[in-house]
Design a protein around this ligand. Sequence first.
Ligand SMILES: C[S@@+](CC[C@H](N)C(=O)[O-])C[C@H]1O[C@@H](n2cnc3c(N)ncnc32)[C@H](O)[C@@H]1O
Length: 230
Amino acid sequence: MDQKTKLFPELRRPLFYLQQGIRNVISKYLNNRRSDWEFRYGIGYREFLETSDQEARYYILSGILSEFVSKQGRKIDILDVGCGCGTLCPMIGNLVARYAGTDLSVKAIEEAKTRFPNHPQFHFSAEDFADLKESEKYDVVLFTEVFYYFPMRDIETYFSKALRMLKPGGTLLISMGEGPKAKWVWRRLLALQKPVKLLGFGGGKKSTRWRVGWFEPTVAVPQITGTQKT
Ligand SMILES: C[S@@+](CC[C@H](N)C(=O)[O-])C[C@H]1O[C@@H](n2cnc3c(N)ncnc32)[C@H](O)[C@@H]1O
């Protein structure tokens, strides 16, 4: 607690929301800088991600993943892009053969590593999605509350990169909360590809409503040229 909030503890919450809200706007609309994420995790962003409203969406996502695991009939390999401090891990530990959690924030990844030291299936790395190698393939590539931090100019590139990182039969899952940037990003994504499923969930408040989309690599239909013989 800093000096101001020590003297006025009731300021702690509003100050947190103000500071992290400003950085949120910068990340979403101006420049998605690592330094803003380090700042947010430094002032207690993990606590915010673990509030009950937020936790509800991890349960929804783990239910979606669980259905995917039962269809596959085996544990799966997952890439969780922008995994934060590994908040989803406790709900999906029994579903994964390999979980690769990656995040721009070094602080978040350090925290994730200290939280889950004895889980050989969990691997964490501090990396920008843009720098990940495409040669690694996964059954599921997951972006929960991450895609709308990417600059609009990168949406197509990152979407197709994520699809290329899927194993055959794999699924790309993208979830985003409501808000103007999410609307623009969804519009762009839905124009690129029709999702297999699009689900809305959450509460009455705008800040607790989310949408999650399932995408699969589309099979390229060969162009038929000339006359076809039957
Ligand atoms: C809103 S938080 C969501 C964290 C977690 N996925 C969740 O649902 O609780 C967004 C996360 O995305 C990470 N992030 C933003 N841009 C990224 C990028 N280019 N590559 C990897 N992670 C990124 C941030 O550091 C942050 O931890």
